[in-house]
Design a protein around this ligand. Structure first.
Ligand code: GP9
Ligand code: MN
Length: 696
């Protein structure tokens, strides 16, 4: 230790004397003058990396994040230092190539952030074939000036280079030896900056960097370039991960579930809902981007979703139900709903881990004598469903090729929900003739972002209309624009269409006699990622100014980032034609609670790898864990990125213990879930059991 300290002191002294000498000899000034292109390369790329951070994360901590600046600088200089090994012309090409890579990184992340409020990941690259259609939606909606400003970097570099060429700077001969020295010196400078950066890291920084899922935090502390390099490496994880640390991970999973079995009193047990639907058919409706905000909302006395409102009030309505999706959106919703596992930390389960063994509700139902199927009017390969639906236990997957799709019956990404339902009912009629019991999934599509096919949705007015009495006693109608022309306004129009399709589906099913012995289960798959400012307008519209009320106005409704998160909830409804079970369940609930809850109702055994709970067992003790590490209970919404929380019941005091305990619970759950999938634990345990069985 003493030796290291002495050595460090020696180096520090050496650096100090060389810096003093450099200052005396005007070395830095000279370097700047002689290497304008290299210096420009550093400056422009540093400006870009700072811009992307500042434009995406609006916190003081981020604005003052010197660590990210150090990290960005180190990456830029270290990578740039090798350019000195080339002659000036080729050096420019080298620096230009890296500037383009850095610029594209910033641009892609800027666009991606607007859409997903997160940073881009290489693991998504393997998904590009599924993202094609959605990509159009992104282009239509999201590319803005703030996404393309980064292009200034290669442009400025080009201008500076041109000037240097004109000045004849490149005609001077630079010997190999000098070039090597320059490369080494800049490399050392880069490494020193990197060392200063590393010495400033806290253990929290390091742990979050390793886990990578708290992307905002990683970018805030490590800068965008280090984030992206790290992401590139971790995206290879699915392959590498499953090769190392298997035993440790499997042991950890085993211990977790043993402990859950012994100590979690809500993990099993019966309740008043046990077996209530035993033997009944099931039709699960996957409601694309359907949020709870639509329920019981009206414009000018006309409901946004009258049919869904009816289902909610006539059935079991879980009004604080949250989707737990990650980058796999629709597919993550399907995964969590059916398996009670969380999305994976890198990649998506449907695409990167399609070959793992899952225990899913359709498969459980199939083992209980049900015929299982899924229906979706999109390409079967989207989200790798063709493979994954089989894996989850759907015996047949009806996809795009099984539907008549014309230009007239197309909305947004594909076949309209109305046409899809109509054709699906015909298929279900045949299925019901052949099979005694069935479990089916219908995946909707029309209510998909960007919600711009307004002409096809049919009329729904999101203006504000008021009747005023004139001086002469007559009345007239005044119209204020309100939500017209906003993305949220268009969303309501789209939802109104999707709702009317659901209304038609219920009627068609009834006419076909398919409702008599069937339970309808509806879930919204995830929120619609609508702009926060549109919600502020929805709740705080000032018709006089056609703007937003002042914050001092006593009727002003606060809609900050916490309200935004809480508002991302989606409806979960269980409905039967006889309206026998009518209740609103207000306890918070996650998508991972669906399988245990439904399994109990249908009298089948839930997966032993469930992470959620039957809501009628756990009730108000429930916790919803999000892939970001955030969590929600009936008392608190906790933001793990900021290590802050919002108390949900006014005046209630929350102890630090409560936060600590739940945060640990959430982190552990995410880790176990990821291990179950990554290491294919279900298969391993089954194989172990089999081997044990034969040796007995
Ligand atoms: C695609 C549809 C939409 O078939 O399910 O997927 P999303 O973009 O919501 O993940
Ligand atoms: Mn979706």
């Amino acid at each position: 230790m003493k030796k290291i300290k002495e050595y460090a002191k020696k180096i520090a002294k050496k650096i100090k004397t060389s810096l003093i000498k450099a200052k005396k000899d005007h070395v830095i000034k000279k370097f700047f003058k002689e290497n304008k292109v290299f210096v420009t390369y550093i400056i422009v790329n540093l400006i870009n990396s700072t811009m992307i951070r500042v434009f995406t994360i609006n916190t003081l901590e981020n604005y003052l994040s010197y660590k990210a600046v150090l990290a960005d600088l180190a990456v830029i200089i270290i990578l740039g230092s090798f350019s000195f090994l080339f002659k000036p012309k080729a050096r420019y090409t080298y620096l230009c190539a890296f500037t383009w890579i850095f610029t594209m990184t910033c641009m892609i992340n800027s666009i991606y952030y607007t859409f997903y409020t997160s940073y881009a990941s290489f693991s998504m690259l393997s998904l590009t074939q599924y993202l094609g259609d959605v990509g159009d939606a992104v282009v239509q909606n999201v590319i803005q000036l703030k996404d393309v400003v980064y292009l200034f970097a290669p442009i400025v570099l080009m201008i500076v280079n041109k000037k240097e060429v004109k000045k004849g700077s490149y005609n001077k001969i630079e010997f190999k030896e000098i070039r090597r020295k320059k490369a080494l010196k800049s490399l050392i400078a880069g490494v020193i900056i990197a060392l200063i950066f590393v010495l400033n890291l806290t253990s929290l920084d390091i742990s979050r960097f390793a886990k990578q899922w708290n992307k905002e935090y990683v970018v805030m502390k490590f800068g965008i370039y280090v984030y992206q390099i790290n992401d590139g490496i971790t995206s290879l994880e699915p392959k590498i991960n499953s090769m190392f640390g298997v035993n440790k991970a499997v042991k950890e999973v085993e211990t977790y579930y043993e402990d859950r079995k012994k100590n979690d009193k809500y993990a099993s047990g019966t309740n008043e809902y046990t077996d209530i639907f035993k033997g009944k058919n099931v039709i699960v409706i996957h409601g694309e981007s359907f949020q709870t905000i639509n329920i019981d909302r009206s414009f000018n006395g006309v409901e946004v979703s009258p049919n869904m409102n009816k289902l909610a009030h006539e059935g079991l309505y879980f009004s604080n139900y949250y989707s737990q999706v990650s980058v796999g959106t629709s597919s993550d919703a399907e995964l969590t709903f059916t398996t009670s596992l969380m999305p994976t930390q890198s990649g998506t389960a449907f695409v990167s881990y399609f070959d793992r063994k899952y225990i899913a509700l359709p498969q459980i139902m199939q083992q209980n004598g049900y015929y299982t199927f899924s229906m979706h009017g999109n390409n079967a390969d989207f989200w790798n469903r063709r493979v994954m639906h089989k894996n989850l236990g759907y015996e047949k997957f009806y996809s795009k090729k099984d539907y008549d799709i014309t230009e007239e019956n197309t909305i947004g990404l594909g076949i309209s929900d109305k046409a899809f339902f109509k054709q699906s009912v015909e298929k279900m009629k045949k299925i019901s003739e052949k099979h005694k019991k069935f479990y089916g999934l219908l995946i909707m599509l029309s209510n998909h972002t960007p919600f711009s096919d307004t002409e096809k949705y049919g009329p729904y007015d999101v203006n504000l209309k008021e009747t005023v009495t004139n001086d002469d006693g007559t009345t007239s109608e005044v119209t204020y624009p309100y939500m017209e022309g906003t993305k949220l306004g268009n969303y309501f129009k789209s939802v109104h269409y999707a709702d009317s399709a659901i209304g038609e589906l219920i009627n068609e099913l009834d006419e076909a006699g398919l409702l008599d012995n069937t339970v309808i289960v509806f879930y919204g798959d995830h929120d619609a990622r609508l702009p926060q400012k549109d919600y502020v307008r929805l709740f705080n519209y000032d018709k006089e100014t056609d703007g937003i009320k002042s914050k001092d106005d006593p009727t002003y409704v606060n809609f900050d980032s916490y309200q935004y998160e809480l508002n991302r909830k989606v409806p979960f409804i269980i409905w039967t034609k006889d309206h026998k079970y009518q209740k609103e369940i207000k306890d918070v609930m996650g998508m991972y609670d669906a399988m245990p809850t439904l399994a109990n109702m249908f009298g089948v055994k839930a997966s032993a790898y469930s992470l959620g709970h039957d809501i009628f067992n756990i009730k108000d003790n429930n916790i919803v864990v999000f892939p970001t590490g955030n969590w929600l209970t009936n008392k608190v919404y906790y933001n793990s990125q900021k290590s802050e929380y919002l108390t949900l019941n006014e005046g209630e005091v929350i102890g630090e213990d409560y936060i600590k305990k739940n945060t640990e619970y959430a982190n552990k759950l995410l880790e176990v879930s990821n291990n179950v999938i990554t290491y294919d634990v279900v298969r391993k345990e089954e194989e172990k059991e089999k081997a044990g069985g034969t040796s007995k």
